[in-house]
Design a protein around this ligand. Sequence first.
Ligand code: VAH
Length: 310
Amino acid sequence: MSTETILIMGANGQIGLELAENLRGIYGENNVISADIKDLKNPAGIYEQLDVMDKDRMYEVIKKYKVTQVYLLAALLSATAEQKPKSAWNLNMEGLFNVLDAAKDGIIKKVYWPSSIAVFGPTTPMENTPQYTVMEPNTIYGISKQAGERFCEYYHQKYGVDVRSIRYPGLIGYKSAPGGGTTDYAVHIYHEALKTGTYECFLSEHTALPMMYMPDAIRATIELMDAPAEKVKIRSSYNLGGISFDPSQIAAEIKKHIPDFTITYKPDFRQAIADSWPKSIEDTRAREDWGWNPKYDLASMTQDMLDNLK
Ligand code: VAH
């Protein structure tokens, strides 16, 4: 019987759905509570309707289930945040403060909060971007993630809060749909390749970005949260590398399985966001501190995506 009870806020999102499934497998159905702003008709497992901005309601849920850990995944991502800047800032920041304060007040023991490679900006070195470097994000989402990292480190240093974080690259999976991201093309392309045999990409063909297959990202998250506290030396957020590719390269990999697949390019407002981000990430500290080691490359991810989407 696990002594840990986990609350996942933003559990209906791209990461949340897969993370909840994995955490239920580890901690048991009754020790993982999924929560999100929408009510769900037939959720998998225990579910509560919860708005991260509603601190009282969050405390109610934490007390009801004796929650010990919170994974805060609720946020507005890069593309949506550019269209709703104030709502994105409020949600991304207030949600984080509510959870960090719960840990500071001793209501919960451990916090997971996702950052993103969006914390880097156009003046950051673009290839093999290091853990510590110039960070001048010029997107609302990136600014909120940079500020969030500063508060995570502050709450750890000043109040001893055990908050842990990863700068996710673009995440690709088949079990859940992405929403409002600039890297979402790398998920849509697989669906369209199977459904219509062609894909119109909203980024230009040589826009390389750091990406990761969802099974690797979920494993990294759980490995970081399971690591002994003294090994988690970085309390802002860890760089996490994975795969780096551009739309022409993922299209070429798909064509190995679907020879008639075609791609066209029609860059939109998300091109400027992608242009401000690194092309690849260096993650030595995650490897040294808590043993991070990615398993998937573009070929094995494409094989697994197409096998599971067929
Ligand atoms: C986005 N998928 O596109 C997210 C992620 C690095 C990208 O943060 O906004």
